[in-house]
Design a protein around this ligand. Sequence first.
Ligand code: SF4
Length: 239
Amino acid sequence: MTDLAPSPVVLDLPRRPAPDAARLTDADLVRLADEMECAPAADVVAWAAETFGSSLTLAASMTDGVLIDVASSVAPGIEVVFVDTQYHFQETLGTAEAIAERYPIRLRVVWPTTRPDDLWRTDPDACCNARKVLPMARALQGRLAWVSGLRRVDAPARAETPIIQRDARGLVKVNPLARWTDDDVEAYIAEHDVPVNPLISQGYPSIGCYPCTRAVAAGEDPRAGRWDGTDKTECGLHL
Ligand code: SF4
């Protein structure tokens, strides 16, 4: 992943957030989420870009390029953070490179501060914290808001995901795809010829690090291949 240099994209966002961006209250966010519940995803990103300017970041898992396709169409130059845990499948790294080449984004790859180890075997929560949560927290320092690809159909714990919310750090978290179904995603990918991680067609509907992800059988819960054999269901980025 060291060859994934930041894309040379001219920032096309307002450099400063709107004057009231940092003063949005929780009540404001609830009202905005309600107002944008049925808005197209691109409109939600456009609102976020206009409101937060270069204090907005998009977090990408590189499962597919749908969110980046949507976001870069209305906010070219948007910063995209990819957390390289050092345990990604080669297919995921390849998807990241394909997306960086195709879209007008400023890709920022962040790494953990620890070398590869065996912590995932003994304490996956601590491993996810060191390799995902902390690097993402560093990437979000100084930002007011971030965009995620969370969808309500991903998992029961995500079923109530609002379009806009306050996260545990106090940042505004924008979830433009929250309402999207799997059919919506597939249709968008086909219509826009979006890059997709090739592992999806090999039985990996949910893709994490290779030590903690297995292929699932037809009809199995799409996230059953994540941390199989444990009661862990989330890495912690979205808790
Ligand atoms: Fe570690 Fe597995 Fe979490 Fe990746 S998914 S950070 S390898 S515990």
